[in-house]
Design a protein around this ligand. Structure first.
Ligand code: SF4
Ligand code: SF4
Length: 240
């Protein structure tokens, strides 16, 4: 799902809201429905009335019908791998209410836990939101059921990568690690800065010791990390 934030004239906004309320009611999602329709019509008029190749938004029921069938073992896999019994979740929403990431993104830890419990494996593992937790641990402090949400989320991320789903930026960082031994390798600016400060141009890490870099690369290969990164596909935008 894409997201557009727009600023508009107060009067126009008021008139638009009134119209939306009249036609779709005051329920959640009405504004999005009306905006989608307006954008679709505008795109159509720009194309001389023919309409561009924009797929019509699916209804929740259509989404459900097309979703892969739930995997009854998914929750058990998470519980086994993380030690966190996500089935204890009572959906109170404390985790979301205190989540700094959820405040500014579509990330919703409660919803991910719920979908995982219900077995929506592919939907959860392929979702972009899975990668938006900052691991600040605030939710862990607040969960009345003592579920370590972070542990569960990190376990699901591991499962996503094992299935070949990984966000591009993470893949790039991983490739850096394989090539240079650093997730963020030294750049020219830092080299110059180090020299200005009277330090060696390269820090005493794998940057300076080629043999150590070969060791790191060997470890990454032997542990299967290189294989995981090679298999990882570009992640498609999907919401959990
Ligand atoms: S650890 Fe993740 S899910 Fe929990 S509050 Fe922080 S960002 Fe949100
Ligand atoms: S705070 Fe704990 S029990 Fe409440 S919704 Fe989040 S994970 Fe579930």
């Amino acid at each position: 799902m894409g997201r557009i934030d727009v600023m508009m004239d107060d009067e126009l906004e008021r008139a638009f809201r009134e119209k939306v309320a009249k036609r779709f009611g005051m329920k959640k999602g009405s504004m999005s429905l009306a905006l989608e329709e307006a954008i679709r019509e505008w795109l159509k008029s720009e194309e001389g009335g023919k309409g561009p190749e924009v797929e019509k938004a699916k209804t929740p029921l259509e989404h459900l019908e097309e979703a892969p069938p739930p995997s009854l073992q998914f929750a058990e896999e998470i519980i086994r791998a993380s030690g966190e019994n996500i089935n204890k979740c009572i959906q109170c929403g404390n985790c979301v209410a205190s989540c700094p990431s959820g405040r500014i993104t579509a990330y919703n830890s409660r919803r991910i836990i719920r979908k995982a419990s219900m077995g929506y494996k592919e939907e959860v593992l392929r979702s972009i939101e899975l990668w938006l937790c900052t691991t600040c641990y605030t939710c862990v402090e607040r969960c009345p059921r003592k579920i370590d949400v972070v542990n569960a989320i990190l376990t699901m991320r591991n499962m996503a990568v094992e299935n070949g789903w990984m966000l591009d930026p993470h893949k790039m960082v991983s490739i850096n690690l394989i090539k240079t031994g650093h997730a963020v390798p030294i750049d020219q600016v830092t080299r110059e800065r180090r020299k200005d400060l009277g330090l060696s141009e390269l820090p005493p890490t794998v940057h300076q010791y080629e043999g150590a870099l070969l060791d790191v690369q060997q470890i990454l290969k032997e542990t299967g990390f290189c294989g995981l990164i090679e298999r990882a596909q570009p992640q498609k935008a999907a919401s959990a």
